[in-house]
Ligand binder design. Structure first.
Ligand SMILES: [Fe+2]
Length: 302
């Protein structure tokens, strides 16, 4: 199956305190504010994406949508036909978008009711290369699934994601050389589990832990090194208890990668990561990982 998605480019968030979120994402999370249009504030990371995050004020916090970047305009058209044939809601046919950054795309809803948009050809910004202490891009988004098989079929059959590894808790799926760009959790709800931003190296991740602590957001799990993806991690609760991760050093996939099954991913008793430095996730972050809903109607691109 030919490739459709090139990356998980951005997330659009609704927050209950825009001023707080704006300060947090710039001063503490170390993104850079690049635009404000119709009450939405856009932030970039150091790679050349137009934005990786937008925030808007709302009565209840949640995810408006996840934005996927398509390889080509044709890939957008192919995906649209497939999403419609799959019976999932769309916001109309692919078209030039009037939203900031432009591009050609459409919005849709996945089998768990989560909102996405698929876009090709958005405006690019200067790629700054790796900058110490600053996120490079979105690494991955992890989503709880009530029906993991249904989501897995959708993302692999419709959007051509590929399975990298599977544990008893999660399926890790990829669309580029990163080991995973989306993660589908086996769960009893369809809330956001967390959004991970890539740091250029582990030193930047460690400094990020300190900066987050200085600003009242202590690390809730980490630092550690995960099994699947072998990436370094640190989890936090951001504004409104938004579950966030800094990560670095994720496995880059090559031909011949041995995909492991749940029975092959087992930690020794008392361990949840390669280093064993950190206790498991805090009660606070576990709660935050089943708290953030997708906002109904967020697939309609405005
Ligand atoms: Fe993660």
């Amino acid at each position: 199956m030919s490739a459709i998605v090139r990356s998980v480019q951005a997330v659009d968030l609704a927050v209950t305190d825009l001023a707080e979120a704006r300060q947090f994402f710039e001063q503490t999370w170390h993104l850079e504010q690049v635009a404000e249009v119709d009450g939405r504030v856009y932030f970039r990371a150091t790679q050349g994406y137009f934005h990786v995050l937008s925030v808007r004020q709302a009565e209840r916090s949640g995810l408006v949508r996840i934005q996927l970047e398509a390889h080509t305009r044709e890939a957008v058209d192919i995906a649209y036909e497939r999403v419609v044939a799959y019976g999932r809601p769309v916001d109309g046919a692919p078209r030039p978008l009037a939203s900031p950054g432009g591009g050609y795309g459409f919005g849709f809803v996945d089998p768990e009711g989560r909102n996405f948009r698929l876009v090709h050809g958005m405006e690019r910004r200067e790629d700054r290369g790796p900058v110490a202490d600053r996120p490079t891009k979105i690494s991955h988004v992890t989503m709880n699934c009530r029906d993991n098989d249904a989501s897995f079929r959708f993302f692999t059959e419709v959007l051509a994601f590929r399975l990298s590894d599977q544990t008893r808790q999660m399926r890790f799926i990829r669309c580029n050389s990163d080991h995973h760009s989306l993660v589908l959790g086996f769960s009893d709800n369809a809330f956001l589990n967390h959004i991970a931003f890539e740091m250029p190296d582990a030193e930047s991740l460690m400094r990020g832990i300190g900066r987050m602590r200085d600003h009242g957001h202590p690390v809730e799990w980490g630092p550690g090194r995960h099994g699947p993806g072998n990436n370094v991690f640190a989890y936090f609760c951001g504004p409104g208890e938004l579950p966030l991760e800094y990560t670095s050093e994720m496995t880059q996939m090559t031909d011949g990668y041995h995909m492991r099954k749940p029975e092959e991913w087992r930690w020794p008793p008392g361990r949840l990561d390669h280093w064993g430095l950190t206790p498991g996730p805090s009660e606070r972050v576990k709660k935050a990982q089943s708290f953030f809903p997708f906002i109904e109607g967020g697939h309609r691109i405005d």
